[in-house]
Design a protein around this ligand. Structure first.
Ligand SMILES: *Cc1c(COP(=O)(O)O)cnc(C)c1O
Length: 521
């Protein structure tokens, strides 16, 4: 049962009215054990708390100097069990990788092995403080150092910064190192080139670091237009930012040629490594001429993500940029003791551009990622890439007969399959397919990204899904796509079974209601 409902809040849908359910309406709005849940403000009472406090003597002297609150604070109260239930019910309306397939392209929503969790929870890792004396956290420092070493080996790059806290943060770290390297030479360059298929964080990062961003077009095959890029290179170009494999799910075959041209023009090559899952153990970005690349530990190395955190985005650096990497970094002395270099030391490394964060990075993500690497081994990581690519191609080839696949003729895809809504009829679009998939029990794929494909649907199964799970998804995906091809009007109202039906996403983005307004009584 729900708590008493004072504000007139009603469940949005009663079961019989929508014409889609056969059962009778319930008085609570609950559907069996799927429980409706009002807002805290709608169920809370001002006079309730979860703890018993002694009564306050109103005449007792205070030391607040006249600053005592004169009116109620306006927070609502719940008992402890009500509080626990409120948040648990909300959590059950959420969807995560532990509930089902999560084909969100470019996000690499892979299974997080439970072994990772076990190791991350060891008290020696979980209960330490960033300011603990370094001799008391030698094991943790060794984890940071070892993980950094794995990242350097896997990418073929000599330097690494462990502190960036997500992919976008890593991009900023890389671009700031590039800016520092140019400035150290007294070379004031102003432009960063970004392909038009890039993730939005790439141009945002360059702009945030005070560069002017210019687009590089894509070829009809979905890759960077090398001729256009070369034509634009010049003494004002500080760097290019290229994602490889790119966001169309394709390997940039001419990356080495691009990198050589950029270097010849005095620029640096930033590689967005968010899609490293497709090539880990197979390709070393250092061999392709990359100067800086972030690695999303929360994507490739399976640490859990979504819902805003936590992430971790270490950056690997070439010989040219390594001296400018941010502080701090871990070193080991001749006796084998690990220590943090916290201050700039030009003799040891060079003119670091400064710091990205107060401390050292995401310890919990580091332990999970290293556990993942050690349990897979080098051969296992290579198989990760192979299986991720195989799974994506299986989906591409299982759908291309009914769904527009703009780059299917360019050959096999990498870790994700890209489709468009070109052939849908009756005004139906990608959004309707995404909503239809929710009714089928699937988190939708990434939609409307990359921008170079009309109504893009970017599907990334990752290597952790079984063939049976992928076959089930393909069956559901095909069924929904067939409805879109046939112009099925009902699909425009989907989802029918989600707790809140179809939301007005434009309104939610433009005019979000971020605080609760007391309804007029
Ligand atoms: C995820 C992603 C990013 C950003 O990474 P965050 O960890 O979300 O900041 C950048 N580029 C690409 C291609 C991505 O997929």
């Amino acid at each position: 049962m729900n708590a008493p409902n004072k504000s007139g809040w009603k469940p949005e849908m009663t079961l019989a009215e929508d014409g889609m359910h056969s059962g009778p309406a319930t008085t609570t709005g609950n559907r069996a054990l799927m429980l409706e849940e009002p807002l805290l403000f709608e169920i809370g009472r001002a006079d309730v708390t979860g703890v018993d406090l002694p009564a306050v003597d109103a005449n007792a002297p205070t030391r607040l100097g006249g600053l005592a609150r004169s009116e109620a604070i306006g927070l609502v109260g719940l008992t402890e069990p009500e509080t626990v239930r409120h948040y648990t019910r909300l959590s059950r309306q959420n969807y995560g990788i532990d509930l089902g397939f999560f084909p969100l392209g470019s996000c690499t929503m892979k299974h997080n092995p439970r072994l990772n969790e076990k190791v991350a929870r060891l008290p020696g890792f979980a209960d330490i403080h960033p300011l603990a004396p370094q001799n008391s956290v030698q094991g943790a420092l060794e984890v940071v150092a070892q993980l950094g070493e794995w990242l350097c080996k896997l990418t073929g790059m000599p330097g690494v910064a462990m502190s960036p806290k997500a992919g976008a943060h890593g991009e900023l770290c890389g671009i700031l190192a590039i800016r520092a390297a140019h400035e150290a030479r007294g070379d004031a360059r102003e432009v960063v080139l970004v392909p038009e298929s890039a993730h939005g964080t790439n141009p945002a990062t360059a702009a945030f670091a005070n560069y002017r961003v210019e687009d590089i077009p894509a070829t009809p095959e979905g890759r960077v237009d090398v001729a256009a890029l070369k034509a634009r290179l010049g003494p004002d170009v500080a760097a290019v930012m290229i994602t490889n494999p790119n966001t169309c799910g394709l390997f940039e075959k001419d990356f080495r040629e691009i990198a050589d041209a950029v270097h010849a023009a005095g620029g640096y090559v930033y590689c967005d490594g968010a899609n490293f899952n497709a090539i880990v153990g197979k390709v070393r970005p250092g061999d392709l001429g990359v100067d800086a690349m972030h690695i999303n530990l929360h994507k490739t190395f399976s640490t859990p993500h979504g819902g805003g955190g936590p992430g971790s985005g270490p950056v690997v650096f070439s010989e040219a940029l390594a001296p400018f990497a941010p502080l701090p970094f871990v070193r080991q002395d001749a006796e084998g003791t690990f220590y943090l270099v916290e201050e700039e030391n030009r003799e040891e490394r060079g003119p670091s551009f400064g710091r990205m964060t107060a401390f050292h990075g995401q310890m919990g993500m580091f332990t999970r990622a290293l556990t993942y690497m050690l349990s897979h081994g080098a051969d296992g990581l290579k198989q990760v890439a192979e299986d991720a690519v195989l799974n994506a191609n299986y989906i591409l080839r299982s759908m291309e007969d009914i769904l527009h696949a703009p780059f299917a003729a360019s050959g096999p895809c990498m870790h994700e399959a890209l489709f468009g809504d070109k052939d849908f009829t009756g005004g139906l679009s990608t959004l309707d397919v995404a909503k239809g998939l929710i009714d089928e029990g699937y988190h939708p794929m990434t939609v409307y990204f990359p921008l170079v494909v009309h109504g893009a649907m970017l599907v990334e199964p990752t290597e952790t899904e079984s063939k049976a799970a992928i076959d089930q998804f393909i069956t559901a995906f095909r069924a929904v796509v067939e409805r879109a091809l046939a112009g099925d009007e009902e699909l425009k109202q989907a989802p029918y079974y989600a707790p809140r039906r179809r939301l007005d996403e434009t309104q939610a983005a433009r005019k979000p209601v971020l605080s609760w307004q007391k309804p007029d009584d």
